[in-house]
Design a protein. Structure first.
Length: 98
């Protein structure tokens, strides 16, 4: 089966008084997800707006990705394909309490 989808994403950045706020919006055509991110310039640092933009945007997209992954996990669990809770932890000593 071949399937092609196009999801639209927008990113809005607003800077005011050394604080940059970002809002990432993903529109899947059936659902909209929104992520938020903030970056603040340390008063002792040079104010370089591009750095604030990058930090705030990446944080907003990370927030958005977390929400999208949470939704995917819920969908997986609803069809019986959730995570394997009986598997050993990926690190630590064998038999150690988790």
């Amino acid at each position: 089966m071949t399937r092609t989808l196009e999801w639209q994403m927008g990113l809005v950045l607003v800077e005011e008084d050394g604080t940059t706020k970002a809002r990432a919006v993903l529109d899947t055509g059936t659902t909209t997800y929104t992520g938020q991110g903030v970056a603040r310039c340390n008063p002792q640092d040079l104010d370089i707006p591009a750095i604030g933009d990058e930090l705030a945007a990446s944080r907003a997209m990370k927030d958005l990705a977390t929400k999208l992954m949470r939704e995917a996990n819920r969908d997986l669990e609803s069809v019986g394909a959730g995570p394997d809770t009986t598997a050993a932890p990926p690190y630590g000593w064998p038999g150690a309490a988790t």
